[in-house]
Write a protein of this length. Structure first.
Length: 116
């Protein structure tokens, strides 16, 4: 297992944008994902991406973020991103990255807080 590391969170007003980054050492994974966990709620999958562009299902999104969030990856840098636009207060959560299984060690996550 490898340790995932997230960054890029912060405090933003509703309607604003943030870009999260995820990095890990060494390995290549076939499918990666962003998750989030709001206070008092279970961790949920937000978006997932295949590592190979020719995958039959390259990206998937939770219904609540579809059209507002965009997941991407840089294979050469072992880095994944989550561009979050039109943020809403209900997007407030700690955001984590992992494989879509999930199979690797969870990082500390990055806090995203969206104010009214």
């Amino acid at each position: 297992q490898v340790q995932m590391s997230e960054s890029g969170g912060g405090l933003v007003q509703a309607g604003g944008s943030l870009r999260l980054s995820c990095a890990w050492p060494g390995r290549t994974f076939s499918r990666l994902a962003w998750f989030r966990q709001a206070p008092g709620k279970e961790r949920q999958l937000v978006a997932a991406i295949s590592w190979r562009s020719w995958s039959s299902v390259p990206t998937t999104y939770a219904t609540s973020v579809k059209g507002r969030f965009a997941i991407s990856r840089d294979n050469a840098k072992n880095t994944m991103y989550l561009q979050m636009n039109s943020l809403k207060p209900e997007d407030t959560a700690v955001y984590y990255c992992n494989t879509d299984a999930p199979s690797e060690l969870w990082g500390q996550g990055t806090q995203v807080t969206v104010s009214i």
